[in-house]
Design a binder for this molecule. Structure first.
Ligand code: SF4
Ligand code: SF4
Length: 210
């Protein structure tokens, strides 16, 4: 009886999964540089350089710099480096590793797999084993207790061992300042604190060359 009710509810509501990337949500525009009068010193993580350029990978989105600057998470904030999409097969399996996060990056990453975003339809999957992973996705700052875990996960992965740094902590050390990864080895940086599900999905698609 209960299963029938769920079935009828589903028919009534229709498909609720968002279209991607055709219809991203509307967000206030990102201002690419600081307007005159901004106090750079107010930024706690030096995410605004002397010329007023915003460094997305450092920004913790505290918005202390408003109204001169207004960063937003729903933008293309990713950067692909030293990587060819030819190295990736059709489906893309991610092994997530929390090296010392606050938990918010983990929540946003999980939400890309919920029915609203449904990343599986875009051939993005999560795996519980580094042995089955195309990519190691690291969140959080470097912590002593996780250093071995990170190294072992990397050793266990098959080639091409794609490394993704997600969030300001993994990219630049965030407010703590200790990075868990060697920047040179990172193929994809997904900026944000935390990055939104749209930012995460579009970054992975960019990495794959979709
Ligand atoms: S929002 Fe980003 S750029 Fe602005 S003060 Fe905070 S960390 Fe710095
Ligand atoms: S980047 Fe921000 S949201 Fe992600 S773990 Fe660090 S503090 Fe938390």
């Amino acid at each position: 009886m209960t299963s029938n009710l769920w079935f009828l509810k589903g028919i009534k509501k229709g498909v609720l999964t968002e279209k991607f990337p055709a219809e991203p949500p509307e967000e206030p525009p990102l201002r690419p540089s600081v307007m005159e009068g901004a106090e750079y010193s107010e930024c706690p993580v030096e995410a605004i350089d002397a010329e007023g350029k915003w460094i997305a990978g450092r920004c913790i989105f505290c918005r202390r710099c408003e109204p001169h600057f207004m960063p937003t998470g729903n933008q293309d904030l990713s950067e692909v480096r030293n990587f060819s999409p030819d190295a990736i097969r059709k489906s893309f399996y991610i092994y997530p590793l929390d090296s010392g996060s606050c938990g918010a990056c983990n929540m946003e990453l999980l939400s890309i797999f919920n029915p609203q975003y449904d990343a599986n339809r875009l051939r993005i999957f999560m795996t519980n084993s580094p042995r089955h992973a195309d990519a190691l996705l690291v969140m959080g700052v470097r912590t002593e207790g996780m250093e071995n875990v990170l190294r072992e996960a990397l050793d266990a992965m098959p080639g091409p061992k794609v490394i993704i740094a997600m969030g300001a902590c993994a990219i630049s050390g965030g407010i703590i300042g200790t990075m868990p990864l060697d920047k040179e080895k990172v193929a994809l940086e997904i900026a944000g604190c935390p990055p939104s599900p749209y930012t995460i999905i579009s970054a992975i698609m960019k990495l794959r060359g979709d």
